[in-house]
Design a protein around this ligand. Structure first.
Ligand code: PLP
Length: 397
């Protein structure tokens, strides 16, 4: 198996720093490496495998679609696209969906739609989009420009202009940044890569009011927080606000590459044949898997488990904070999206957890991020916290 690591390092772009572990199998919360070592995946492939690895419903739906029809062009209609779009519209604010293949693509579509809408309804001078500092929206040129973290943008300038970043959770800063050129505000209801940042209870409502007053479109990027991660299908449901455009990807099809932009008809009308497209967008196999995910979220007890286990996990992590006040600054989160901000660098802690069979990660070098599958059980959470406790006790001494 050393061969796989060596060959990867020789033949694949070095865009990722990888652990020297070759994963070969997954089931539920567990994954195994080629030596048979078992890990608990408290990262879910970065918020992708929300129903766990190789969920039987997803496998069955994808397998049966694979046997029927793998791909056709979007010149034709297919049933799985409708099945997923009906489920998404029925359970969201939206009545139109555009399907694509990833988060960056979904956001790219949202940015284009916002500009086209403003161009049609106001004038071509309204093109600027305000996003948040510490946001993450993707790696394409426009989504990099939207991303409020310098480190991702460095070396790729000049980026498309027309993006302005303001501090998250600061309504005054947002209000001040709005000009005649502004056409939309885009944000993650809970910031993921930026460190699991939770807005105050009223912030998103204030943003909505501001957008209504100034006639700006409000775009929510729920690529990381959507699809049940916070205990509701969409994170915006916690805050009593609805966006005009919403983007999804990651967990949408349970591990198959999928992205979606959701909007109301009034806004969606600005896209007409030829405005936007994707060869693979709405692929039947990926859509069938997505429909299986949505059905499970709607009909199963996944969301309830997420809420219950989220509370339990949060409590246990808070206890660690009491035990290690010199190491842990704060625990924050919603549902099963939890961040633990440290007073020290967290990368070594992630490595030691991995050695002990627990997969987590660390954003901004200081914030441990826990994103287990939403089907996680109490004993699995206990195992994760016990390992972390052990690792932290080693740091302490
Ligand atoms: N938006 C958010 C909030 C994300 O967390 C991510 C990925 O981490 C993206 C967009 C980009 O998604 P993708 O990697 O599928 O392009």
């Amino acid at each position: 198996m050393k061969n796989i690591i060596e060959q990867t390092d020789q033949s694949i772009f070095k865009t990722y720093s990888r652990y020297p572990v070759v994963l070969t199998k997954g089931e539920g919360v567990k994954v195994w490496d080629e030596k048979g070592k078992q890990y608990l995946d408290f990262l879910s492939g970065i918020a992708v495998c929300n129903l766990g690895h190789s969920h039987p419903g997803i496998v069955k739906a994808a397998q049966s679609q694979l046997e029927k029809l793998i791909h056709v062009s979007n010149f034709f209609y297919t049933e799985p696209q409708v099945e997923l779009s009906v489920l998404l519209t029925r359970h969201s604010f939206a009545d139109r969906i555009f399907f694509c293949n990833s988060g960056a693509e979904a956001n790219e579509a949202a940015l284009k739609l916002a500009r086209k809408y403003a161009n049609e309804h106001y004038n071509a001078k309204r093109f600027e989009i305000i996003t948040m500092k510490y946001s993450f929206h993707g790696r394409t040129f426009a989504t990099l420009a939207a991303t409020g973290q310098e480190k991702f943008r460095k070396g790729f300038e000049p980026l498309p202009h027309g993006f302005n970043h303001v501090p998250f959770n600061d309504i005054d800063a947002l209000e001040k940044a709005i000009t005649e050129s502004t056409c939309a505000v885009m944000l993650e209801p809970i910031q993921g890569e930026g460190g699991v940042n939770i807005p105050s209870d009223s912030y998103l409502q204030q943003v909505r009011q501001l957008c209504d007053r100034e006639e700006l479109l409000l775009i929510f990027d729920e690529i990381q927080v959507g699809m049940g991660r916070t205990g509701k299908i969409f994170a915006y449901e916690h805050y009593g606000v609805e966006p005009d455009i919403l983007t999804l990807a990651k967990a949408l099809s349970g591990g198959l590459p999928a992205g979606a932009m959701l909007a109301r008809s009034k806004v969606a009308q600005s896209f007409t044949p030829g405005s936007h497209a994707s060869t693979f967008g709405g692929n039947p196999v990926v859509m069938a898997a997505g429909a299986a995910v949505m059905k499970e979220l709607v009909e199963g007890d996944v969301l309830e488990n997420c809420r219950k286990m989220g509370e339990y996990f949060f409590e246990r992590l808070l206890n660690l904070k009491d035990k290690y006040p010199d190491i842990i600054r704060e625990v924050r989160g919603k549902g099963l999206m939890i961040g633990m901000e440290l007073k020290i660098d967290g990368n070594d802690i992630v490595q030691r957890c991995l050695d002990d069979g627990i997969i987590i990660n660390c954003t901004l070098d200081r914030i441990l991020r826990f994103l287990p599958p939403l089907i996680v059980k109490k004993d699995e959470i206990d195992r994760c916290v016990d390992v972390l406790d052990e690792v932290l006790s080693g740091v302490q001494s």
